[in-house]
Design a protein around this ligand. Structure first.
Ligand SMILES: [Zn+2]
Length: 235
């Protein structure tokens, strides 16, 4: 069983990456094995977590005991670098004075992917294939399932347009996403959203505001910096 990332035969640049994260966190990145997630279009996808106070240990969750592809490790390390090393706040849902990071995780991921996936894509052909294939799988999964609730449709259109703009490199896949957004009846909305988002790109609070306003989010949401308490985000 793998206990920390140091148990993996990492490529030198990934080792350097993970050492930097460990130096700031004051502890090695922990690894946790879980069963494949059958609800996910990629049941063996990796995930990252930040452990609870007071240690805030960075974690990577992996899904099988087989070899873990380098591009997937790189992806999780890019997430952790943003949070731990660069101090970029994470989007969390606030309830009764506590954070619920899992709740906001989908939007948090969609936003963070617009920054880290373009970096990942520069590092190898397998990342491009992975993201193009993943978006095709997501489209297949949602096909025919057009929600009645306009807020749900807009949430789908927002996430699909972010994926298409920042994570997809294959033009055919970009076109398939545009077709799906048209089917949702949200082409104009998605176009205007992505223009506003592009102007906000690079500023986490502003990126979060653009997404939360676009989907008509009503919940209390906050931003939380690594090792700190969350601060409610006014949007
Ligand atoms: Zn991710």
């Amino acid at each position: 069983m793998l206990a920390t990332i140091n148990d993996l035969p990492l490529l030198p640049y990934l080792r350097e990456f993970s050492d930097k994260i460990a130096a700031v966190a004051g502890t090695a990145i922990r690894l946790e094995r879980r069963e494949p997630d059958k609800t996910n279009v990629n049941p063996n996808a990796l995930a990252y977590r930040i452990g609870a106070s007071p240690d805030f240990t960075p974690w990577i969750i992996y899904r099988n005991s087989q070899e873990i592809p380098n591009h997937m490790i790189l992806h999780e390390l890019l997430h952790l670098r943003r949070v731990v090393v660069q101090g970029i706040p994470q989007l969390v849902t606030l309830k009764n004075g506590a954070d619920y990071p899992e709740d906001g995780h989908c939007l948090e991921n969609a936003i963070e992917h617009t920054v880290i996936v373009p970096v990942q894509l520069k590092c190898g052909i397998e990342s491009k294939k992975y993201w193009n294939d993943l978006v095709v799988k997501l489209l297949k999964k949602s096909r025919g399932n057009i929600p009645d609730d306009p807020q749900d449709r807009r949430r789908m259109a927002v996430i699909a347009s972010l994926d298409a703009r920042y994570c997809v490199t294959d033009l055919r896949v970009k076109k398939a996403v545009a077709k799906w957004i048209a089917k949702l009846g949200e082409t104009k909305f998605a176009h205007e959203f992505i223009q506003r988002y592009r102007r906000a790109h690079g500023n986490k609070a502003e990126m979060a505001r653009m997404v939360l306003r676009a989907i008509g989010e009503k919940r209390l949401v906050g931003l939380r910096k690594y090792g700190k308490k969350s601060i409610p985000l006014d949007y």
